[in-house]
Structures are given as C-alpha cells and as structure tokens.
Write a new protein. Structure first.
Length: 365
C-alpha cells in the first residue's frame, strides 16, 4: 500500500506523539515507584503498554516487582522481577539501565540464596537435590528418584493448538502448500508448549527448513539459527544451559544461545503416529527449538521416555506422510551423499498458536 505525502506526515506525527506519550508514562511510573507506590506503577504500565513490547516498560515493571519482593520478602516476587528484567535485557541488549538492574537483582538474589527459577531447585538431571528432598519429604520417598522439573509454574493461558503452514514438492513433483493443525498438551508438557509458542510469536520458525527427513520415521525442523540441525536454542530461560542445570542465566557461557529446556519425557505421552516431539542431542535437557513430526506409518517407540511428546496432529497428518516420502540423497542409491536433507526445500512458512501471549511480563499480574 502506498500513502501520499500528507498521509505519511500524519502517520509520522502520530508515531512521534505516541512515543512522547510513552516517555511521559515511563517518567510518571518511575516517580510513582520512587515514592513507594510500586503497585500503582505496575497498574500504570499495564494500562499504557499492555503488550509489553518496550524494554523500558519491562525494566520499570521489573524494578517495581523487585520493590514488592523486598517488601514481602517473597521468593516468587523476586523471580518475577528477574524474569521481567531478563526480558528487558532481551528486548534492549545494550541498554545500560536494564543490564545494571538485572545484574544487581541477581546479586541480591544470590545473597539471599534465591535461584532465578524455581524448578531446578528440585532436580539435577533427574536426581532430586537437597532442596527438592526438603520440599517433598513426608509426602514421597522412593518417588523422589524420578521427580522432574515439576515445580515449574507455567502461565495459565498456554495455547492448546498450533497451526503450521508448510510448502514442499512431493515425490510426484507436485508443489504443495498446506496447513497442519496440532492439538498441544499444555497440561502434560507445559514447558515445551510454552517454548514452541514463544518461538512462534517471535517469528523464529518463519520460513525455516525441514532439514532432516526420513521416510517411515519422521520429519525434523525448527533450526532457525543455522538451518542444518546444529542450531537453535530455547525461547526463554528455563534453568538449563546446554543441558546443565544452572542457578542463573548469567552462568550460561554462551548467553541465550546456550538456553535449553528440561525434559518432560516422562509425561505418559507416546511416540505414536501423528504426534509432535522435541528434538535434542543424546544428552538430557538439551532441547532448544527443533522438533519432529511423526507420519502415519511410523511408531518410534524407542524414543518414549527419552524425547518429549507435546502434541497430536489433529488435521493434516497425511501431509506429514507426504513430506516424509520426498526424495533425499539417502533414498537415492546413485547419490554418494550421506544426507537426509531433501533435494527440494520443505519450508515451514509459519507457526501460529491459539492462546498465550507475547507479553511475558503480564504472566505476573
């Protein structure tokens, strides 16, 4: 759409006014916080910037939540504040105020022996820690040996459905553009569902490739970082870096590109035909962004309890089967390449979800 110069000028003026209004709101919010009205500060920010897209909004909201945490001496509020400031840094990586506040908060939490997330406190690679035993003692004994990251408290509005638009050239040489619908399992795999959702909202999956396709087994995609199966990372901090439980996201040597998510593979969901599961390395808790879809003629039960199933394909599984049958070097006896990458691109055009939000900060209201 092309606008005339007068319309463009009106749009520019409107944008500048909106920015000026937000600047005034931030200034007012910070004054309220300075006077000890943290709750009023948060209410003002939520009303003015409900999407939470601004790093400044997230920073001030984090500082206000931090003030509440101090007043209540609440571990939960401290963790909320840390999440808000972490998201602020993610939105504005070079913002000194955000980075300074986040680091100062983490130092205070360390002094108070409060970890940045709750769930790593109970387990480490599937084995209960002393904190986990203390929290559960009296209720269970032997069962502690198989406790996973059960203390994770996901948002209450996690999506229940995802739609994936995929384009590919099938084995008959015909071009396809189809949508598959997935019923997600937020009750059984909340971390994985939230991770997929956040990646989808951020647009990380848009126009990425299914880089690994094995007929009669699965199709794998989601590597938005490198596109070849060696990249991708978790959409948020879930207490793990490269599969290792960490007390703080600052302990991740590779920064956010080292973020991984804890396994939820013992959730009772099986690798039956037409399911979606998390791809990872041979080590536990190493999932990031990659996933795989199982076609109609595959039941890879050897993956049960190892990889996390987090949804069922409700519509369009025949398309997954069609994609699994496309030509790859490993299916071509005359091709010396040892590769499961398809000759013709299989493109994940987009992923959308029906719930949740792209405003992590309002999880805490």
């Amino acid at each position: 759409m092309i606008f005339d110069s007068e319309t463009q000028n009106h749009m520019l003026v409107g944008f500048i006014m909106a920015e000026e209004d937000m600047s005034k709101t931030w200034e007012k919010a910070e004054k309220m916080l300075a006077k000890g009205n943290a709750t009023g500060c948060l209410d003002l920010l939520r009303e003015a910037d409900p999407s939470g897209k601004s790093g400044t909004t997230l920073r001030i909201a984090g500082e206000a939540t931090w003030a509440i945490a101090r007043k209540k001496d609440s571990k939960a509020e401290y963790r909320k504040a840390a999440s808000l400031l972490r998201d602020s840094v993610k939105q504005s990586p070079r913002n000194k105020a955000s980075n300074s506040a986040y680091n100062e908060l983490l130092n205070e939490m360390q002094d108070k022996r409060i970890k940045e997330t709750a769930f790593p406190r109970l387990v480490n690679d599937g084995t209960p820690t002393l904190a986990g035993i203390g929290a559960l003692i009296g209720a269970i004994t032997v069962a502690l040996l198989v406790v996973k990251a059960a203390t994770y408290a996901p948002p209450t509005d996690l999506p229940t459905e995802a739609k994936m638009r995929i384009t590919w050239t099938d084995a008959d040489g015909l071009f396809n553009d189809e949508v598959i619908t997935i019923d997600l399992a937020p009750q059984s795999a909340p971390i994985h569902v939230e991770n997929l959702h956040l990646h989808a909202v951020d647009g990380n999956y848009d126009n990425t490739q299914f880089h690994r396709i094995i007929d009669g087994f699965m199709i794998q995609g989601g590597d938005f970082e490198r596109g070849d199966g060696t990249g991708g990372y978790a959409a948020d901090w879930y207490g793990y870096c490269d599969g290792q439980a960490m007390d703080s996201s600052l302990d991740c040597g590779g920064g956010k590109t080292s973020y991984t998510i804890p396994d939820e593979a013992d959730n009772g969901l099986l690798h039956t035909p037409c399911t979606i599961s998390m791809a990872k390395t041979a080590n536990p808790h190493t999932g990031g962004s990659q996933f795989f879809l199982i076609p109609e003629d595959s039941t890879p039960s050897h993956l049960d309890g190892v990889h996390t199933v987090f949804g069922d394909v409700a519509d369009g599984c025949e398309h997954i089967t069609s994609i699994s049958e496309v030509q790859t070097p490993n299916k071509n006896p005359s091709d010396p390449q040892n590769s499961d990458e398809p000759y013709n691109p299989v493109t994940l055009v987009s992923v959308t979800t029906n719930g949740g939000t792209n405003t992590p900060w309002w999880y805490f209201w």
